[in-house]
Ligand binder design. Structure first.
Ligand code: NCD
Length: 327
């Protein structure tokens, strides 16, 4: 067990510090409602610090290994930015083909190697459960940055923080959240549906028949007493929606490209369609988008997807500080 240094801590939630110090973040199932409030509080504080001073030394001397076996723009660069804004540094492994992975090294050995040099490991991998395997091999904290079609917990945390910041404190309860697009292969919605089930929300799932939300996720959400309904058309639920969460059809996960061709472009959000939605609501997307939201909608104040990326920086700063014992 590493020992804690005497560096100053951010001035909140002292008693919660031990809860996350040294822990892995593998699934949203690890989080209670109280934990979320704590993460949001730290993230909010991080936002204030970045606005005031830009970069500060909370994680000075700490090193993050950023290990990505799948493409990434936002997750990878926001973890890098988060670590550097906290005064730490990063070992980037975005091109595993240039690492010993291409020589056949196992995930467990790769992770054991990286933890010799780093204090925390962020991992994105194409296989469900890979983050848990890595965490078992490593003594240092592993943060799951997406494991195949499994989970993407840090994205769900930043999504929930976005709702919290955009629609007001305490406003998640009572909200109708509509998830649209590829609910079968989209790991972000698997994590987000589970996480939002901690609140009194209503969840609508709108997807083509072949891309419905997995039963397993729906059963977990139902067990929390959350109402859920499935649709193939958006029109019916758009007017009642407070958060419209749009997703990309995950081409790379299809076994057969003909099926992909049948469902690509099934839904396109544009200013015309959005006339039927409330004025006080937000449209989110984990991005990248490949046609599901028309750029013509980007200037609408309800388009929250670019702001959502920025919230991701603050949430990832909060998570790094927490697992490294500095928040
Ligand atoms: C998502 C992912 O990788 O699951 N992207 C992200 O992390 N922001 C969504 C996607 O790729 O469609």
């Amino acid at each position: 067990m590493p020992t804690q240094s005497q560096s100053p801590h951010l001035p909140f939630g002292e008693n919660k510090q031990a809860d996350w110090y040294g822990k892995d973040i593998l699934s949203v199932k690890q989080f209670s409602r109280e934990d979320l409030e704590y993460v949001f509080g730290v993230a909010h504080e991080m936002r204030g610090m970045v606005e005031r001073v830009g970069t500060f030394d909370l994680l000075k001397g700490k090193i993050l290994a950023n290990l990505f076996y799948e493409p990434s723009t936002r997750t990878s660069s926001s973890f890098t930015a988060a670590m550097e804004r906290l005064g730490g540094s990063v070992i980037p492994i975005n091109e595993v083909k240039y690492s010993s992975v291409s020589k056949g090294e196992s995930l467990a050995d790769t992770v054991r190697t990286l933890e010799c040099y780093a204090d925390v490991i962020v991992l994105r991998h194409p296989e469900t459960g890979a983050a848990a395997i890595a965490a078992k091999a490593a003594k240092k904290p592993v943060l799951n940055a997406g494991d195949g079609v499994g989970e993407h917990p840090t994205q769900a945390l930043l999504d929930a923080f976005t709702i919290f910041e955009e629609l007001g404190v305490g406003q998640i309860d009572g909200m109708t959240v509509t998830m649209l697009g590829d609910l079968k292969y989209g790991r972000t919605v698997h994590s987000l549906a589970r996480l939002l089930s901690l609140y009194k929300v209503k969840l609508n799932y709108v997807s083509p028949e072949i891309l419905r939300m997995p039963k397993e996720v729906m059963e977990e959400v139902a067990a929390k007493g959350i109402p859920q309904a499935e649709y193939t058309a958006l029109e019916k639920v758009l007017p009642e929606t407070d958060v419209l969460y749009v997703t990309r059809v995950q081409k790379e996960r299809f076994e057969n490209l003909e099926d992909y061709e049948k469902v690509r472009g099934a839904y396109v959000i544009d200013p015309e369609i959005m006339k039927a939605a409330k004025q006080e609501m937000i449209v989110m997307h984990p991005l990248p988008r490949v046609g599901e939201i028309s750029p013509d909608f980007d200037d609408d104040p309800r388009a929250a997807y670019f702001r959502q990326m920025e919230y991701g920086l603050y949430v990832r700063m909060a998570l790094l500080a927490m697992v490294l014992g500095k928040a």
